[in-house]
Design a protein around this ligand. Structure first.
Ligand code: DGL
Length: 273
């Protein structure tokens, strides 16, 4: 139900298949602490990255409907898999409500680097298979060379909370072996779950002189600029994070609180049709 409030006080909708998009929510809270955020994690259907484009698109449009019902003033697609599969359809559904996807944000962050001749992208099978990063990077920076690698084990590890132990370390070592050999200028963490592994990734690529691109900060900055340009920044003083999931709210709450370093008032469970 659309609440009858001043448009600038309306919430920002952020969504992902699970906890990964919290990396975006955290960056948005840092950049705009006064904003009200509605976070949606589709925990009953995670992972998206091994599903077909049609399925991911159907899920993403259901979540978009939910966020629009909540009266959001902006939608942030905090899931690369969704951005690769359904960004156009989400934008169509949202009409004049701004929609920003993580792939666009990550691409802009690479563009802002001094050196970006050779770039690596790691992501889910769906994101890498879609070629969405290759297209976006080449369109913005013709002549760029892109090396991609799907890392399907990382999302289940992140959802389990295993982001820095001996198992995740070994998995990352194997996935990043080829990446290290490429002599890259930058490595894009092309899945919003991957910044949860930022420290072990940093340790593994340390000494290879590459920049690690986490699109969370880039999308938060883009969101801030868009809201500021349209005079839609929340004039309030203290923001609020409201979370919705499709399964296991307690588990989500535990992981989210650990990652965000703050208590969540509550996490509600919803079913989507
Ligand atoms: N965090 C998401 C992404 O950025 C999706 C991960 C998944 O559900 O497979 O791609």
């Amino acid at each position: 139900m659309i609440k009858n409030i001043t448009p600038s006080r309306a919430p920002i909708g952020i969504f992902d298949s699970g906890i990964g998009g919290l990396t975006v929510a955290k960056a948005v809270m840092n950049a705009m602490p006064e904003e009200h955020i509605i976070y949606f994690g589709d925990t009953a259907r995670v992972p998206y990255g091994i599903k077909s484009v049609d399925t991911v698109r159907q899920y993403a449009l259901q979540i978009t409907d939910f966020l629009l019902e909540k009266g959001v003033k902006m939608v942030l697609i905090a899931c690369n898999t969704v951005a690769a599969s359904a960004e156009k359809e989400i934008k169509e559904k949202c009409n004049d409500i701004p929609v920003i996807g993580v792939i666009e944000a990550g691409t802009r962050a690479v563009h802002a680097l001094q050196k970006h001749q050779k770039v690596g992208v790691i992501g889910t099978l769906a994101t890498i298979g879609s070629g969405a990063y290759d297209r976006a990077l080449t369109q913005m920076m013709p002549g760029i060379s892109v090396f991609s690698r799907a890392c399907p084990m990382l999302v289940p590890l992140a959802e389990e909370g295993w982001t820095d132990n001996s198992i995740s370390e070994q998995v990352l070592q194997i996935y990043l072996e080829g990446v290290r050999a490429q002599n890259l200028d930058a490595l894009i963490l092309g899945c919003t779950h991957y910044p949860l592994f930022k420290e072990p990734i940093r340790r593994i690529v340390d000494g290879y002189g590459l920049s690690i691109i986490d699109s969370a900060e880039a999308i938060a900055e883009m969101a801030k600029t868009t809201l500021s340009d349209t005079d839609m920044l929340n004039p309030g003083k203290r923001g609020l994070l409201e979370c919705y999931v499709t399964d296991k709210p307690q588990r989500f709450q535990e992981l989210a609180e650990r990652f965000l370093g703050k208590e969540l008032n509550r996490v509600d469970i919803v079913s989507l049709k």
